[in-house]
Design a protein around this ligand. Structure first.
Ligand code: PLP
Length: 423
């Protein structure tokens, strides 16, 4: 049989940088010496003992409540999500931030990733008037998971940041507002905050500026809070999140330690929330409701906020500080390097301005030595021409959510390899 693929089928099942990388990581882990592989690559949340204990307790409580348990397992929810969960989620946002939101503003999806597929498909690509609209990413490096999304190809327009060197070994990306061009063909503006892969947290001023640009064109500003406020609150800078009807906020239960429940939550105006509900119905009938059932009472009691602020945030902040200390210790002054200021999420983003090889090759060398990192090239996408910015081949992402010994020996091996490369 010669399988005939539709154009969309071709695109969504063909080559994908991130799938290739994930396959490669999977294969590396399945190979010999797996026990010695230092996994500084993925975005998995840490298994924080105190947090995992809460999820086990919640599961136990559900098991003991026969009625609740049967409803969770044996009923489809409506496609917008569980009504009680939506009310409680909106209630938590009203309580924490004073935002004027209700359940009609909430659409649950099967994970944040699916929320983005729906949002990009809804807004970008071919338009009824034969025009083509793109999602503007004001700053790359940006989350690789967006890059192959959407039904149409080429739906991103991205911009390089300005680089602020803060001290000898620290830098921070800032949006280059002079470069951004928001036009009639801009479908939406989108940012992750904190950003995967850099741990950057856009300032409140940068967000306000983006919101104003979006409002001027009457297009949504989409903010991805997968690591952010208010849950799981892996944000190490004080920020004051703002929402208004022109903005779309996405949240996820994954980084709270529940990626297996596939629960994404979108806060948007009534029209967008309602359209996402329809998309869920068409694509998947309903959502996984286990994550919603686990956290719903904790939204009402405030326990989820407390867990995020008092356990999860300090946990990742301490892991970040440890990893930075290890980098300083092992790298010394033997070769030029800078670390992006760690303001949130689970990653350090390292820049080697004089690296003699591309980071894809550095990745391959490190894999042979039992260390998995993610080469930075993957996070630069949405440029009209192939991205020829040297900076995009000089950065790596490493995850600090692994146990201390693993992170430490991983960083030690990275330092050793870099020393050799810089000769
Ligand atoms: N957004 C960002 C920035 C992420 O890093 C991730 C996952 O790593 C997601 C969204 C999607 O997560 P999920 O589909 O598990 O909610």
């Amino acid at each position: 049989m010669h399988l005939q693929l539709s154009k969309t089928g071709h695109r969504l099942s063909g080559h994908s940088g991130i799938v290739e990388l994930m396959d490669d990581l999977g294969a590396a882990l399945a190979g010999a010496g797996v026990a010695d592989m230092r996994m500084l690559g993925g975005g998995n949340p840490a298994h924080v003992p105190e947090v995992q204990a809460v999820w086990r307790e919640r599961l136990q409580a559900i098991l003991e409540d026969t009625d609740y348990c049967d409803r969770m397992l044996a009923n489809y929810d409506g496609p917008a999500g569980n009504p009680r969960f939506r009310e409680s989620f909106a209630g938590a946002l009203r309580e924490i931030y004073g935002w004027d939101v209700g359940p009609e503003n909430i659409a649950v999806t099967n994970g944040g990733q699916t929320a983005f597929f729906f949002l990009f498909t809804l807004l970008a690509g071919e338009m009824p008037d034969a025009g083509f609209r793109k999602v503007l990413l004001p700053l790359v490096p940006e989350y690789i998971g967006y890059s192959d999304q959407g039904v149409s190809e080429g739906i991103f327009q991205s911009y390089h940041p300005r680089i602020d060197q803060l001290d000898d070994h620290t830098f921070k990306y800032r949006i280059d507002f002079d470069a951004l061009e928001v036009t009639d063909s801009t479908a939406a503006i989108c940012v992750s905050r904190p950003t995967n892969p850099t741990g950057n947290v856009l300032t409140d001023d940068e967000v306000a500026h983006l919101a104003a640009l979006a409002a001027e064109r009457e297009i949504p500003l989409i903010i991805d809070n997968a690591y952010g406020e208010p849950f799981p609150a892996a944000v190490f800078e004080p920020i004051e999140p703002v929402w208004n009807r022109g903005m779309v906020m996405t949240f996820s239960l994954s980084k709270l330690g529940l990626p297996g429940t596939r629960t994404g939550i979108v806060l948007a105006d009534e029209e967008i929330a309602s359209r996402l509900r329809t998309m869920t119905g068409i694509v998947g009938l309903a959502n996984n409701n286990i994550g919603q059932a686990l956290v719903e009472p904790m939204l009402r009691s405030g326990q989820l906020l407390q867990l995020s602020r008092e356990v999860i945030r300090p946990y990742y902040q301490a892991k970040s500080a440890d990893a930075q200390r290890m980098v300083a210790e092992h790298f010394g002054n033997d070769f030029p390097y800078l670390v992006h200021r760690s303001e949130g999420a689970f990653f350090l983003w390292l820049w080697f301005p004089e690296l003699p090889i591309a980071t894809r090759e550095l990745y391959a060398r490190l894999k042979k030595r039992g260390v998995l990192i993610v080469p930075g090239e993957y996070f630069f996408f949405g440029q009209d021409n192939a991205d020829d910015w040297p900076h995009s081949r000089q950065c790596i992402r490493l995850t600090f959510s692994q146990p201390e010994g693993v992170v430490n020996s991983g960083i030690q091996i990275i330092a050793d390899e870099l020393r050799k490369l810089h000769g």
